[in-house]
Design a protein around this ligand. Structure first.
Ligand code: BGC
Length: 509
């Protein structure tokens, strides 16, 4: 080999070494970036963790806050609203009743025929979108639209009725917003949630507004019950099973209610009910406790929301937010590394990843996680990520969902603790009793809402956590029962049970 040849060979060798060094360097850097992401995921998992000890602290905090909210108006972030529902349907109701459910961008009209003996003989439902512009107009325009839709429904569905079948056309009105009730069929709106902003309605009696709109449309119907969706769910639960004492809604939004002893409602002195109890609408979405495992993502989500410092529990557990928490985690990882490819601006768009899409990724059981890849591409403009990154996305969904389901479970056990159905002695004067002294009774909690009914992993995590917190001795006594469409049907049932009563069963002395 001449000098030139040798020179070339050396140059080639040096070149190859340099290329190899660059490649190794790249690989090392990429591996480092990958481990950084894995570490970030570990930290997130740790911050969002819900070991049973922490869940028990949340249970206690929920029970104590419930007590505080019942002791004085504004005594807790839990509003603990009176509902004036003191008797729940027991299955003996009969006749035809209508119900309206306003609680989101779709509303529902229902007509049910109750046959006594815990039976529903007929059930018609119509879902209608509420035109977007009505969500920010006047209460008159809004209720005119509702009343007209109801009128058309009654005319379509009710034309072959025998007059004896229509008991005064009593109507149940499910209104899934915080309302300060003044009787079972009246109450003023405290504030709007869910994107509604009909300003002239706040602090107005919602039943009066609806009743006036019904008269304007010439509809001879009487609003016999105004109920929160959680209360409707409890009513249906009790209609089928008299051991139902509480209800939880876990869908886009969340709430819970339960049957309380009238004498425990300290803020309402002199409250007398014939049953000795009253359903309390907790508005538990606003629950807060320092024991809740809050991460930096929750803090950012709250700060950027329309209602900072409000609905803290809801922001951790409900369908409105879970997808967005996942998006925030992915966004952060994508900013810190290139594992998701070039940064996609979609990742900065709030709520672009909905909870149903997140659930679909979480439940993707294909070997190559093709559903995850599809959703990343179609929703987030993230293309061609390797399998290990898809697995990481599934893991993020799992952390977020598991925390939500387990916290909701702790909330449920908190209610059971407050009413002495968790096997401990419950609470007295706001202090938790630790000794297992309560008598064990079968206890049913009615559950409604897509997160629980349609997201199998969420449901499994929630059920598992309830059993874990209660322990194997108590858990068999607590049953969670799904009530499909409970909130609307329950309102019709409450209209039935209230219209059957001619005297007021609740008095405030
Ligand atoms: C409302 C509650 C309602 C819950 C579930 C919350 O935003 O404040 O009144 O029960 O959503 O629909």
């Amino acid at each position: 080999m001449g000098k030139l040849g040798l020179g070339l060979a050396v140059a080639c060798a040096v070149g190859s070494c340099a290329i190899a060094a660059v490649m190794v360097g790249r690989r090392v850097r990429s591996r480092r970036r990958w481990w950084r992401v894995v570490r970030a995921l570990d930290e997130f998992e740790e911050a969002a963790s819900t070991p049973v000890g922490r869940l028990r602290q949340v249970v206690d905090a929920m029970a104590v806050e419930m007590h505080a909210g019942l002791a004085s108006e504004g005594g807790s972030k839990l509003k603990m609203l009176l509902t004036f529902v003191d008797n729940l349907p027991d299955g003996s109701e009969s006749g035809i009743y209508y119900a309206l459910h306003v609680g989101g961008t779709n509303f529902r009209i229902l007509r049910i025929q109750l046959g006594g003996q815990r039976s529903i003989l007929g059930h018609d439902v119509e879902r209608k979108p509420i035109p977007q512009h009505l969500l920010t107009r006047t209460s008159e325009e809004f209720f005119d639209f509702i009343a007209l839709s109801l009128k058309e429904f009654v005319e379509r569905k009710g034309n072959n009725l025998q007059p004896s079948q229509v008991r005064g056309k009593d109507l149940g009105f499910t209104f899934s917003f915080p309302v300060k009730q003044t009787s079972v069929s009246s109450g003023t709106l405290i504030k709007w949630t869910k994107g509604f902003a009909i300003d002239d309605m706040v602090e107005k009696d919602v039943v009066e507004c609806l009743q006036k709109a019904l008269s304007r449309r010439g509809l001879d119907m009487n609003v016999a019950a105004l109920v929160n969706d959680s209360v409707g769910t409890l009513a249906v639960g009790h209609f089928y099973d008299k051991d139902t004492v509480a209800a939880v809604v876990i869908g886009t939004d969340t709430n819970a209610c339960y049957l309380e002893r009238a004498d425990a409602i300290i803020k309402c002195q002199g409250l007398l009910t014939t049953s000795g109890g009253m359903v309390i609408n907790m508005e538990w979405g606003n629950f807060w406790s320092s024991h809740l495992p809050r991460t930096s993502y929750d803090i950012d989500l709250d700060a950027e929301s329309q209602n900072p410092n409000d609905q803290g529990f809801e922001k951790m557990i409900s369908g409105m937010y879970l997808g967005d928490i996942v998006r925030r985690v992915i966004c952060n990882m994508s900013l810190a590394s290139d594992i998701f490819g070039p940064f996609s601006s979609k990742l900065s768009t709030r709520f672009v990843l909905s909870t149903p899409l997140m659930a679909a990724m979480h439940e993707d059981d294909s070997p190559d996680l093709s559903e995850v890849a599809k959703i990343l591409e179609e929703t987030l403009d993230i293309y061609d990520v390797p399998l290990k990154v898809r697995k990481l996305v599934v893991k993020i969904c799992d952390v977020v969902t598991r925390r939500a389901a387990r916290l909701a479970a702790a909330g449920i056990v908190g209610i059971l603790k407050k009413i002495g159905r968790d096997g401990t002695g419950g609470i007295t004067s706001g202090r938790i009793k630790g000794v297992r002294s309560g008598k064990l009774r079968r206890t049913v909690v009615a559950v409604e809402g897509g997160l629980y009914t349609s997201y199998a992993i969420f449901k499994e995590y929630l059920n598992e956590a309830v059993a874990e917190i209660l322990g194997e001795e108590i858990a068999p006594y607590v049953i969670l029962k799904v009530m499909e469409d409970g909130s609307g049907i329950g309102a019709a049932m409450l209209a039935a049970s209230n219209s059957a009563r001619s005297v007021d069963t609740v008095q405030v002395l």
